[in-house]
Ligand binder design. Structure first.
Ligand code: KG4
Ligand code: ZN
Length: 376
């Protein structure tokens, strides 16, 4: 329920451009950012927990909450310092309220509510998935361009693979989503089973360039029902079966040993413990994963008459996906965020909150975290 802003919007516009402090803690990144007028990113600080979770091959929720508690204060202070403002320069606080890990969400949300209470900031709870879409809209706006509507938005990350129709800014219709693994989760699980650490996306993406994408025939998913839903678990299982048939324990042990020696091995080091056949399998996995995403975007684009496509979330960093999506196969302009705003960050949360800030549509202190919060 909207409540009264603690200061009038008119005064904010009179004395300068509204600044929103964004806070994000839905998974394994503690992030804060200051964004001016919904599009100008003045600062964006991200404390990654990769070192904490890497050795477990995935995010451990209890450890994530503890790390958020450790990082939230310095990260928010860092974002204010980088933006060159103090508390008095903040006009509202925006925070991720879901979807995500409940314990992780609670840290950011409780901190944001405390700021709202103590400093009197208007509070805006933001859907994390909508945040990913706004990462793109904000950057396009900042570069002087605009995204045409109706648009399609694919959010592909470690937790989500959702395809939306966006008829107009702020309005979303879910066209399809994953029925099992998210796209990033498939990258992470395939990387783990092949002996590459967590997260798997960046390393598999780099190595895919050295393999033959047609070297192994991994299958595309066959969907019953909604053809715009996604499935990546069959692809992951196909890679597992392929690796079991190859008896590749030796190279997997070598890669795990490399990971013990180096927190983040260089590309050459990975290449030295990855035979050509495995590089071919990685390239083939990447080719199919990209095709799963692109063929649905192409189909939805034709069905909805989309005038733009927005691709966001951690998987939007993928070089192969960017190349394929920008190759002309999709009939309308395709927009990606910069890599820094593709993965989890708080600038996207502050940007997504701006339309609500302009409307004076604020949350009160009863705002709750919702691990399964839906966007549409
Ligand atoms: O958006 P994000 O930071 O967090 C979630 O909301 O999940 O996305 C992280 C995910 C991880 O699964 C990671 O492996 C994947 O994005 N990712 C990639 C790449 N970079 C990150 N997947 C494929 N290719 C990449 N280059
Ligand atoms: Zn995310």
């Amino acid at each position: 329920m909207p409540n009264a802003p603690s200061r009038t919007l008119a005064l904010i516009y009179l004395f300068g451009m509204p600044m929103i402090l964004g806070i994000e803690s839905s998974c394994d990144e503690t992030a804060a950012a200051v964004v001016r007028t919904g599009g100008i990113v003045l600062s964006s600080v991200v404390a990654s927990q990769i070192d904490t979770h890497g050795k477990y091959g995935g995010v451990v929720p209890e450890l994530a909450s503890r790390e958020h508690l450790r990082s939230i204060v310095p990260v928010v202070r860092g974002a204010l310092a980088d933006a060159g403002i103090g508390w008095s320069g903040v006009d509202a606080v925006a925070v991720t309220r879901g979807p995500g890990l409940t314990g992780s969400l609670l840290v950011g949300l409780t901190y944001a509510k405390a700021l709202a209470l103590v400093k009197g900031f208007p509070l805006i709870g933001v859907n994390h998935v909508e945040g990913h879409i706004h990462a793109v809209l904000a950057e396009v706006q900042a570069s002087g361009g605009s995204v045409e509507f109706p648009a399609l938005a694919l959010v592909a990350s470690g937790g989500h693979t959702h395809l939306f129709e966006v008829p107009a800014p702020g309005s979303y219709r879910l066209l399809g989503k994953t029925r099992d693994d998210a796209a990033g989760e498939a990258y992470d699980k395939v990387a783990k089973l092949l002996g590459f650490g967590y997260p798997g996306g960046p390393v598999l993406d780099s190595l895919a360039a050295y393999g033959d994408p047609d070297g192994v025939a991994f299958p595309l998913s066959k969907m019953k029902g909604n053809a715009l839903d996604f499935s990546f678990s069959g692809l992951k299982t196909a890679v597992l079966r392929w690796s079991q048939a190859k008896q590749m324990e030796g190279e997997i042990i070598a890669r795990r040993a490399l990971l013990k020696l180096h927190r983040k091995p260089a590309l050459e080091q990975w290449l030295s413990v990855t035979p050509q056949e495995t590089l071919d399998a990685i390239a083939a996995f990447q080719r199919v994963a990209i095709e799963e995403m692109l063929r649905r975007i192409a189909e939805a684009s034709a069905a909805t008459g989309a005038r733009a496509v927005v691709i966001s979330g951690g998987v939007a960093c993928n070089a192969g996906l960017r190349r394929a999506a920008l190759s002309g196969r999709l009939a309308c302009p395709v927009h990606f965020p910069s890599p820094a705003l593709s993965t989890d960050n708080a600038a996207m949360i502050a940007a997504a909150a701006f339309p609500r800030f302009e409307r004076g549509d604020f949350d009160d202190l009863t705002l709750t975290a919702q691990s399964n919060l839906a966007l549409a």
